[in-house]
Design a binder for this molecule. Sequence first.
Ligand code: FDA
Length: 300
Amino acid sequence: MKAFNNLIIKTLPMVPKPIVHIFAKKYIAGPFLEDAVRNTKELEAEGSMTTIDVLGEFVTKREQALHEKEEVSRVLDAIKDHNLPSYLSVKPTSLGMGIDFDFGYDNIKELVDKAKKYGLFVRLDMENSPYTTMTLDMFRRFREEGYENVGIVIQAYMRRSEEDIKSVAEYKPNIRLCKGIYKEEIDIAYQDYEEVRANYRRLLKLIFDLDLYPGIATHDDALIEFAQEEIKSRGLSKDKYEFQMLLGVKDNKRREIIANGHRTRVYVPYGEDWYGYSTRRLKENPDMAGHIVKAIFKMN
Ligand code: FDA
């Protein structure tokens, strides 16, 4: 069954979009900002904070990036107006960093500046390896220009990550630590599941050793347990870290983490540009493949 599911996942690009949408729905708040606001309020009632992401990436035209910036700017207004326990996550390429570094920087700076005025935080999501150095450089530039309300993501599958953490430690960054989702070559990223886990543990320890604030972003029970043990043995108070999960993934685990007295934050993506994000999520969860097949047959 597993091999069959993996085969389906490989052929996902050929699955009709409406079918993908049926299974993608649970990972996305909906097409509109109001959907993200509604989801955030529901999660707040459960005791979670959120980070809101407008779906979109690898923009190739300046107009697209400017349009994205306007939409993201509306998110900041919504967080302020509704007094939500949220901040912003942005993909630098969706705001034009891949077209031109300065163009992307200026777009994101407008958002960071507005967020600063509102007392809000902006996370630069980490994309694939061609953008790692650029994204970290962007973070440094924000810090050099006096913006404290910007954070980064470190991916545990990347071989360079330990050096990257050390290279930005002087800025005392808020770091989301995740495994990493993009397809990378073996010389760039660990491919083996246990190797990635081992590096995640190493990097989390390093982040704590350096007295930095981690967003512990994983659904992996073993890593969540490891993190909770580290927190306990180091006697860390709950304002020194948080756990982060994706919308629609392992809700019960999140509730368990909250019950254990930790803070949690859910990544809430919304928008009409849902396809790339959703197919990456589906590939992480091959059990979904069987359902996709069933749905295709039901359609015929
Ligand atoms: P793993 O993939 O091993 O999953 C552990 C278990 O969780 C699985 O066995 C399964 O039970 C469950 N699970 C995981 N994904 C699931 C899914 N989609 N559906 C159902 N069950 C699922 N990546 C990146 O490259 N750049 C980034 O900026 C971010 N940002 C980010 C923010 C937040 C808040 C999170 C939680 C994750 C990211 N990621 C990311 C994605 C991350 O790199 C990684 O791909 C996923 O979190 C899956 O890795 P896990 O650590 O959960 O382990």
